[in-house]
Design a protein around this ligand. Sequence first.
Ligand SMILES: NC(=O)c1ccc[n+]([C@@H]2O[C@H](COP(=O)([O-])OP(=O)(O)OC[C@H]3O[C@@H](n4cnc5c(N)ncnc54)[C@H](O)[C@@H]3O)[C@@H](O)[C@H]2O)c1
Length: 331
Amino acid sequence: MKILITGYAGFIGFHAAKEFLRRGWDVAGIDNFCDYYDVKLKRDRSELLSRFAAEARGSLSLSDVDICDLDALRGIFGREKPDVVLNLAAQPGVRYSITHPFVYQKTNLEGFLNILECCRHAQNVPKLVFASSSSVYGGNKKMPFEESDKVDTPVSLYAATKKANELMAYTYSHLYGMQTIGLRFFTVYGPWYRPDMALSLFADAMLHGRPLKVFNNGDMLRDFTFVDDIVDGIVRVVESRSLPLYDIFNIGNHKSEKLLDVIETLAGALGVKPELEMLPMQPGDVYATYASIDKLRAATGYEPKTSIREGIPVFARWYREYRGSGAPSAN
Ligand SMILES: NC(=O)c1ccc[n+]([C@@H]2O[C@H](COP(=O)([O-])OP(=O)(O)OC[C@H]3O[C@@H](n4cnc5c(N)ncnc54)[C@H](O)[C@@H]3O)[C@@H](O)[C@H]2O)c1
């Protein structure tokens, strides 16, 4: 079986590609290596993946392709003939969508439409599994967030594009009988993490003796999910043969952590005493996230295994090692 992973050089894409290779899948990866954050980190992930593939059961082919380039994308679909497409390529980031709206329109809407079109016109129409986000729940108050909750009031353009992806996928499933499954990821972290996300920003400030910018005076709750648990959820969905034509699943840890506890755990793992700069809530941010995982558990047996007490030290160890040496490690 072959899986085409878009955004393979990204944080989640890298871990997912590695796991599919390990399980004996052939993996085709595409990424445009955009400079939203440190491109070297993406190249290092890609290099590490190639090294890993040399020992793995599955084969690997990688291409620098932008999902907005429809002709190039058609070429990839024609050549690779994937059984499954895992669409992780996206412009992420809630706050960045306030200042750079058009890149979200381009990659998250136009690029996603290209993926749908390529799937639809493929000779053997692949199953499409795509990344949505917990941000579609916006400022919903009812916790934990369930897939059946109303998600009509996104509070950032990023969230609106993710909700749009869910609607577009539904339409393609309805019109063309393609299987499309959307996954709402909840704040993912782990080794090879994104430098624009909170734990990286905190770790960087802690290790350089700068105060940490803590929004809403630290009064926030987040369902932090270790990347191995996210990948486990993705694999279960990809490999399941009993899912309906269209569906949406949360993938989270099912624990809503206080931000200040998370900071304390990270400081402990890095062995520093942080200074906090308390700031007001940022536009586009939400107060709390908390995933119900009942639906995914019932459909696939998903059970997250990693608490933040176990996962944050793993992230901290990688962060120290990678940021210290700049060289790819075997984590
Ligand atoms: N990390 C999280 O906490 C989180 C939470 C919810 C949803 N998500 C979603 O999961 C997916 C993966 O997130 P991530 O954290 O790995 O982000 P990431 O930025 O590390 O990975 C995305 C990858 O896609 C690539 N990319 C961007 N635009 C592209 C384009 N036009 N064509 C081809 N490649 C392109 C980037 O170069 C990057 O390598 C995204 O869709 C994101 O919105 C992530």
